[in-house]
Design a protein around this ligand. Structure first.
Ligand code: ACO
Length: 334
């Protein structure tokens, strides 16, 4: 059996920086509230009129990952694209990547698992490599939230959190079984779907109904029971990290770098304390980018690697929790 290893990483963030003060001009919020509750100072939002979309940002991040992996585009055997903000209702963004990058007619799938999307996508790539079916899989996480948020005071509990961006990696066959992706762990609990949801447009609630209801219908904006999500997040993050460590005979002390989904700095700090990790052992960039959902873990991993904080031989732990509920972890020997 082969192992799989991340051989190239890339990220793309839109240029436009939106600060908390910028948001306070759109809605009744303020820098102190946002920083205290979430840790976010600013986020990137795609500028109106820009060509960027989830697929296009994903393609830009992919170009960098492919170059850093030192492979040719023709070497890519499969595409896995994670997003909750696809360019179209259908088809998914994976097929757009095939076209945008000019790849061969390889298979492409979309993963719809919100904040856990990248971990799920990485796991899918890992299985395809470990079975020997593919040698190089392109994994992308990208989100274009800003066009779908309620930018009035009504939406402030959600809108201040989300940012746009994309990350990508190449997952390649590795002959040395002692390094690479050691294991991934995936979970779901669908009974809490309505705690963090965008209900429409959907087949249950299609466009004419929304238009008829007019301003009373907010079903196409994200709805989140933040406190409820927060309480479940801290429990599930801890569980799924422990599950991954135990599976590989590792202890808390063996973690060299934990990269949690960037949902809220307070969640990351809670996990850091629970696992007794130092500031150097946990990577956070939510302060600059907000919550970029399926893109957050791969953007953070790329940035940590670019800053030299992920080194050969390190035990790297990725973990995420989000809408669904879904959660997951990946244990990597870098
Ligand atoms: N600015 C100012 N005041 C605000 C804002 C804002 N942006 N948003 C809400 N408030 C007010 C509320 O109206 C409320 O006022 P009230 O007490 O008068 O009613 C007060 O602030 C407190 O609101 P809460 O929602 O209780 O604040 P909380 O401390 O829970 O923080 C937050 C909210 C930041 C959303 C937090 O609950 C959280 O981070 N939850 C988890 C989010 C998460 O992990 N999501 C999963 C990933 S996302 C995904 O999967 C797509």
């Amino acid at each position: 059996m082969y192992n799989s290893r991340i051989t190239g990483l890339g990220k793309y963030l839109p240029e436009t920086v939106v600060t908390n003060d910028d948001l306070s001009k759109m809605m009744d919020t303020n820098d102190a509230w946002i920083q205290e509750r979430t840790g976010i100072k600013e986020r990137r939002w795609i500028k109106q009129g820009s060509d960027d979309t989830s697929a296009i940002m994903g393609a830009k991040a992919s170009e960098i990952a492919i170059e850093r992996a030192g492979i040719d585009k023709d070497d890519i055997d499969f595409i896995v694209f994670a997003t909750m903000t696809p360019d179209y209702y259908f088809p998914g963004c994976g097929v757009q990547i095939q076209d945008l990058l000019g790849l061969k007619n390889v298979g492409a799938i979309d993963i719809r698992n919100q904040c856990s999307g990248f971990i799920y996508a990485l796991s899918v790539a890992d299985q395809f490599i470990k079975t020997g079916m593919y040698k190089n899989v392109l994994v992308v996480g990208a989100e274009y939230h800003s066009n779908g948020l309620d930018k009035s005071t009504r939406g402030r509990g959600v809108t201040v959190i989300f940012g746009d961006g994309a990350g990508a990696c190449i997952v390649s066959r590795e002959e040395d079984n002692s390094k690479g992706i050691l294991s991934t762990h995936l979970h779901s609990e669908g009974k809490y779907a309505d705690k963090l949801i965008v209900e429409a447009p959907s087949i249950r609630h299609w466009v004419p109904e929304i238009m008829e209801a007019g301003e009373d219908d907010l079903s196409y904006f994200p709805h989140m029971d933040g406190t409820f999500v927060f309480k479940h997040a801290v429990v599930r993050f801890s569980e799924v990290i422990m599950e991954g460590l135990m599976k590989n005979g590792l202890q808390k002390d063996d973690i060299d770098m934990l990269i949690p989904h960037q949902a809220n700095l307070r969640i990351a700090q809670f996990i850091q304390k629970k696992f007794g990790l130092s500031d150097d052992q946990v990577f956070n960039n939510i302060m600059k980018y907000g919550n970029t959902t399926a893109a957050s873990v791969i953007i953070a991993l790329t940035e940590a690697w670019e800053e030299g904080k992920v080194k050969e031989g390190d035990n790297v732990v990725l973990a995420a929790f989000g809408s669904g509920f879904t959660w997951g972890s990946a244990i990597i020997k870098w």
